[in-house]
Design a protein around this ligand. Structure first.
Ligand code: ADP
Ligand code: MG
Ligand code: MG
Length: 532
């Protein structure tokens, strides 16, 4: 490895280790200084006052609403019940029954000192459903009633409290303009179609991200405006632990930038082909397949068709969980409609895509089949390692040829792949049938997996950088003869929307900035009666 690469890598590794408070600029408190309440009034006027968005979805909003409720003796038990219900979701299957019973005894019985009046009527039905299936959504009706109560009078009073003023102060910080100066830049991570992807760190908080740059001249020359905007708009509407999150979208003089969840563990192509014997062991294949499956279900529930499933686009984080990335080809389908268009990567395209038919979510399940096949076999379906058949030949194989399965495939793995790789989309697994119920996933607890509570079978080494050496990533060529003018600005403005609220608020909480800065009281002292 060349010295340049080693220097770039060790700078990145050091930044990653320090991630969080150590990575903050010494001026971080100045950068995150609250505006005076009177300067936040405008923001408050323009804010849509929806309880669900302000007090449930937005993480900082939720915290401040909880602090408000804790400061009010008549609401304390409501919020303790909400905490207990959140915690219930993080318990293992074995713990759920006992934990559920303790919730019922504490909050749902009138003789308990912590009883919550609006929840009492659920006691019997909760006891029953807990008996029947502790892993079901035992407290659903109870949770709904809790929110119905909180979104009434308590929500109105919250908006007149200092806690809501503080929320507005955070919102004003969230809306600060984002520029190149917001970040420190580390090494180059990879190259995409319109530009490079760099590791970066937010100066104010120390949070690490990956910045995907789209060169303005490249985008213009190849008419990629709609595609860039599409990727950005789809990403900002998503919130799943199995899809990369968008944290910021901003522009510089030469580039449009999407700041994404940092995935330090490399992509699955690298893990399948560049480490030891090609392919992955069974536990890893099952785990990654299950997480990808959850990601796809999340996208499909939001009517988003992904269309670019392949090992390169599935990335690992530092704990070994995966996320789906690169949503440039994704499309939102309006209810019940299909699309057409030969997009994707040839080797992973479904027969109905190649056949110029109208298609829907079926193509992603085909893609999952290809992914599981490649992870298991160590080579992509219908193609030998390193073989690059002509387009017409590859199309013929996808449409007519049957797959072969080596000894690497267990009976369940073979059955799963052949069900996902059925040429007729109507017969394919996933299209009207549940992929998660396949025997291949018998050992996977999807409830725990969805909650992020399953330990990954492989943890990337924090001392390694799982991507090509800096000098082996081709330099991004510059385009000549393209001039940017006023007509482009309209598109840049639509792109340049700054922080994405939920991701930004999570960053503030995860890096400890919220805890350190959210002080109340005359000298900023934290009131002792607030329970943290
Ligand atoms: P394109 O749409 O142009 O293919 P990608 O989104 O696939 O661009 O990004 C190009 C490369 O950059 C990826 O193959 C990967 O190596 C790297 N990369 C992209 N996103 C991330 C991320 N969130 N974390 C780490 N590396 C990333
Ligand atoms: Mg890509
Ligand atoms: Mg792309």
């Amino acid at each position: 490895m060349e010295i340049e690469s080693m220097v770039a890598n060790s700078a990145l590794i050091k930044a990653r280790e320090g991630g969080g408070s150590k990575g903050r600029s010494y001026k971080w408190k100045e950068m995150l200084r609250f505006a005076h309440v009177s300067q936040c009034v405008d923001h408050g006027m323009n804010l849509e006052r929806h309880y669900h968005s302000l007090c449930v979805k937005q993480p900082v909003g939720k915290k401040l609403f909880q602090l408000f409720c804790r400061s009010r003796s008549d609401l304390q038990n409501y919020i303790s019940l909400q905490d207990a219900l959140d915690m219930f979701e993080t318990r293992s299957d074995e713990e759920r029954r006992d934990f559920g019973i303790s919730i019922i005894q504490r909050f749902l019985r009138s003789q308990s000192i912590q009883s919550v009046s609006i929840a009492l009527k659920h006691e019997q039905s909760c006891v029953q459903s807990l008996e029947l299936d502790p892993c079901g959504d035992v407290f659903q009706a109870c949770r709904e009633d809790l929110h119905t109560y909180l979104c009434g009078e308590p929500f109105i009073q919250y908006q007149q409290s200092m806690f809501f003023d503080r929320f507005l102060q955070w919102k004003v910080l969230e809306r600060q303009p984002i520029t190149k100066q917001t970040f420190r830049q580390y090494r180059l991570l990879g190259k995409g179609g319109f530009g490079e992807v760099w590791a970066c760190q937010v100066r104010a908080t120390g949070m690490m991200y990956a910045c995907k740059k789209l060169e303005k001249t490249h985008v213009k020359k190849r008419r990629g405006e709609a595609m860039a905007l599409n990727e950005k708009e789809i990403l900002e509407g998503l919130d799943s632990r199995f899809v990369v999150n968008l944290a910021y979208a901003y522009e510089t003089k030469h580039a449009l930038c999407m700041v994404l969840t940092m995935m330090s563990g490399g992509d699955l192509r690298f893990h399948i082909h560049n480490i030891g014997v090609p392919g992955l062991d069974r536990d890893r294949v099952r785990f990654y397949a299950a997480e990808v499956c959850c990601g796809l279900i999340h996208l499909h529930q939001k009517s988003i068709l992904y269309r670019d499933m392949k090992p390169e686009n599935i990335l690992l984080d530092d704990n070994g969980h995966i996320r789906i990335s690169d949503l440039g080809l994704a499309v939102r389908l309006s209810e019940g409609t299909l699309v057409r268009g030969m997009v994707g990567t040839l080797g992973y395209m479904a027969p109905e895509v190649i056949g110029h038919k109208h298609y829907g979510m079926s193509v992603d399940w085909w893609g999952l089949g290809c992914l599981i096949y490649e992870m298991t076999a160590g080579q992509p379906p219908l193609r030998a390692r390193g073989e690059h058949p002509k387009t017409s030949e590859m199309e013929r194989r996808i449409q007519t040829e049957q797959l072969e399965y080596s000894d690497n495939f267990s009976k369940a793995a073979k059955d799963l792949c052949s069900s996902l790789l059925i040429k007729d989309p109507k017969q394919r697994l996933g299209c009207g049938t549940q992929v998660q119920s396949h025997p291949f996933f018998k050992k996977i607890n999807f409830r725990m997996l969805e909650a992020g509570l399953v330990e990954p079978p492989f943890k990337p080494d924090p001392r390694l950088v799982y991507c090509s050496d800096v000098q082996d990533i081709d330099e991004f060529s510059t385009v000549k003869g393209v001039t940017l003018d006023r007509t482009d600005c309209d598109f840049y403005c639509k792109f340049n929307t700054g922080s994405v609220p939920i991701t930004w608020q999570n960053e503030i909480i995860e890096t400890g900035c919220f805890r350190e800065l959210n002080l109340f009281g005359p000298e900023g002292s934290r009131s002792t009666d607030l329970d943290w």
